[in-house]
Write a protein that binds this ligand. Structure first.
Ligand code: ADP
Ligand code: MG
Length: 395
């Protein structure tokens, strides 16, 4: 179901009210420490401006909980955007609704860009309040949703607003939904999914959604321990979720029903403590000592997983293979990232920590798609229809 996009609208003179995800990290001095999300919105902003739209940008930043707070002002983001777009006019409005905002919008020339203040300064935003949605909608002629990162939230500026304005997708939204949607609906086979991270309980729905579609599901990270424990291995002090064992057993059964191969580690890097300098050794999964915990997949597992990945035509990855924040336990995660770059395949990475790992490994630009949405990409992979995607009109 292809969605309408900004390319389906004649923009000259129109007010494009664009929801972007400018929720960027800042240090105590108010400096932006990572502008990836701002850069990700540039293609949409530039296109709209170049086509003569009056571009009005709205976003949230942090969790101000419905109250004004200088710390969460988008003013620094507007300044940064101006520096990224030196040939454009970028201004900032200290409100997101009301008279000041209306005047600021009315003053815009064709092609000019206005950043509205943080939409979460208004209590109605996270409640998807109709009045707030309506007041925001008054500032635009067409609503453009380009905030994939918040598309899993039904808020006034991501979903409610579409009751009052026609809605189209921006380029980032189009790419996120297009690449991941196509991979899930129409994957080229072999289709391999790699799922890791800390807990099984976080990833049950993703595994359930992917198992019927994939040829192989490779499990790593802390959650592998719960699966291995179900299979009778003693994982020592590893993170094993006692109350997720039933679920893990059910997922192993589900894999069989769907004829999908579910692969578990055959060896791990086992450490005496959860710390960067802990004493550690490679162990086969049947040889983890009672005082050890598995913090990464081992080299034999890496070899097996790499072979699956290199042979694949579609690879989706969510969840690190180990405690990659500590160099001693990052090898498995980085090896998987590397293998994905070598595969002649559509390669997709989603999830906050997985994306951070791929960036640390320096291979983000070698993937077909690195999702900008943490929670949103997880829910997308779970097969959920995201509220911010649902409101976009179909072609
Ligand atoms: P994502 O954000 O990509 O969805 P998760 O949040 O599910 O990923 O998981 C990431 C976390 O899982 C990391 O902080 C990592 O340290 C942790 N983790 C990975 N492997 C293990 C392990 N063997 N034991 C404990 N924690 C682990
Ligand atoms: Mg995470």
């Amino acid at each position: 179901m292809p969605k309408r996009t900004i390319e389906d609208v004649a923009w000259r003179g129109k007010r494009a009210l664009v929801r972007v995800d400018f929720n960027v990290p800042m240090n105590d001095g108010g400096e932006i420490t990572d502008d990836t999300r701002i850069r990700a919105a540039l293609p949409t902003i530039t296109y709209l401006s170049d086509h003569g739209a009056r571009v009005i940008l709205m976003s949230h930043l942090g969790r101000p909980k419905g109250e004004r707070s200088e710390k969460y002002s988008l003013a620094p983001v507007a300044r940064h955007l101006q520096s990224l777009l030196p040939d454009k006019s970028v201004s900032f409005c200290p409100d997101a609704i009301g008279e000041t905002a209306e005047q600021a919008v009315a003053a815009l020339a064709d092609g000019a860009i206005l950043v509205l203040e943080n939409v979460r300064f208004y209590a109605g935003e996270e409640k998807n309040d109709r009045d707030l949605a309506k007041q925001l909608a008054e500032l635009g002629d067409v609503f453009v949703n380009d905030a994939f990162g918040t598309a899993h939230r039904a808020h006034a500026s991501t979903a409610g607003i579409a009751d009052y304005l026609p809605c189209v997708a921006g380029f980032l939204m189009e790419k996120e939904v297009g690449v991941m949607g196509e991979a899930l609906a129409n994957p080229e086979h072999p289709f391999v999914a790699i799922i890791g991270g800390a807990k099984v309980s976080d990833k049950i729905s993703v595994i359930e959604n992917l198992l019927p579609k994939v040829d192989a599901l490779l499990i790593g990270g802390g959650m592998a321990n719960t699966f291995l424990s179900v299979q009778g291995y003693d994982m020592g002090k590893s993170l094993v979720e006692a109350d997720a064992k039933g679920t893990a057993a059910r997922l192993l059964e589900l894999a069989k029903q769907h004829n999908s191969r579910l692969l578990l580690p055959v060896d791990v890097v086992a450490a005496k403590a959860f710390s960067a300098d802990a004493e550690h050794a490679v162990r086969n999964v049947d040889a983890v000592q009672p005082d050890e915990m598995a913090l990464d997949i081992g080299p034999e597992t890496v070899k097996q997983y790499q072979a699956e990945i290199r042979n694949a035509k579609t690879v989706i990855w969510n969840g690190p293979m180990g405690v990659f924040e500590m160099p001693a336990f990052a090898k498995g995660t980085f090896a998987i990232a590397e293998a994905m770059t070598e595969a002649d395949a559509t390669t997709i990475v989603g999830g906050g920590d997985s994306v951070a790992a791929v960036e640390q490994a320096g291979v983000a630009d070698k993937m077909s798609h690195v999702s900008t949405g943490g929670g949103a990409s997880l829910e997308f992979l779970e097969g959920k229809l995201l509220p911010g995607v649902a409101v976009i009109a179909e072609k």
